[in-house]
Design a protein around this ligand. Structure first.
Ligand SMILES: Nc1nc2c(ncn2[C@@H]2O[C@H](COP(=O)(O)OP(=O)(O)OP(=O)(O)O)[C@@H](O)[C@H]2O)c(=O)[nH]1
Ligand SMILES: [Mg+2]
Length: 235
């Protein structure tokens, strides 16, 4: 099984070297950092750490989508994680295992679902609003798709079979990308599971979303829009 890791990054010079450095290189075929308009040294630091860097137009979903298109033709599985050091790359093998066994198409990290006591979420790494959003979205989607997988989170850290991603017809180019993937995966009947993951406060640099009130409101509005629009679509 061949694996491409895709990391959207906007002005993450403080953390990107650490994130790329954590990659389990023996398991993956490449690590792509998608830089869209960083004004700092994100790209140079990512290259020095061993990543391939591409550029994309602004927007979290645009970065993920363009990273997926740029992945090696030979890659069967795409792994997405953030460039701020909050996601723990040591979990990549856990995310890949159910896909490698042929049991799942989409495996999401969950920071909120049931977990062993040893697996920690660093204090302050998630706002109460993010925890609520995970619960709220999981509950609404459960009502809409009662017999399907129940999500506990909208964690960006996830692995998906490439053919499965291509079948979803993803459109969202902003922060709604993660949720759009989750809804479309239910609609298309993908085999979905969640794996408990630890989570850290960002390694350095500045938050683009949760730490910025206006950006949080915009992201929340976008997520709500995606929830209503994509859920209502006929498939
Ligand atoms: N390529 C790209 N990446 C982005 C964009 N906005 C944010 N990112 C990246 O997306 C990831 C998530 O953004 P964060 O700023 O960590 O958002 P957050 O996780 O809500 O906030 P923190 O609590 O600070 O971690 C990071 O790797 C960012 O660099 C964007 O417009 N384009
Ligand atoms: Mg973050």
């Amino acid at each position: 099984m061949r694996v491409s890791v895709i990391i959207p990054a906007l002005n993450e010079a403080e953390s990107i070297g650490f994130v790329v450095g954590e990659m389990p290189w023996s398991l993956i075929d490449e690590c792509i950092v998608v830089d869209n308009g960083s004004t700092d040294d994100t790209a140079a630091i990512a290259i020095a750490a061993g990543a391939r860097v591409i550029t994309a137009p602004r927007g979290y979903g645009a970065a993920c989508m363009d990273g997926a298109s740029a992945a090696l033709q030979t890659s069967d599985v795409l792994v997405f994680l953030d460039g701020d050091g909050a996601d723990i790359a040591a979990h990549i093998p856990d995310l890949l295992a159910p896909i490698a066994r042929g049991e799942m198409d989409l495996v999401l990290g969950t920071r909120l679902g049931p977990r062993p006591a040893t697996l920690k979420r660093e204090k302050g790494s998630m706002l109460a609003s993010q925890i609520f959003a995970g619960w709220f979205v999981g509950t609404l989607l459960r009502l809409r798709f009662p017999r399907k997988h129940r999500y506990t989170d909208m964690c960006a850290f996830r692995a998906i079979r490439r053919t499965a991603l291509n079948s979803l017809g993803m459109k969202e180019r902003t922060y709604g990308w993660n949720l759009e993937m989750q809804i479309r995966a239910l609609q298309k009947g993908l085999r979905i599971t969640e794996i408990p993951v630890g989570y850290r406060a960002r390694y350095g640099g500045i938050s683009k979303v949760s730490g910025d009130f206006r950006a949080s409101l915009k992201a929340a509005q976008r997520i709500l829009e995606v929830l209503l629009r994509v859920t209502a679509e006929k498939v």
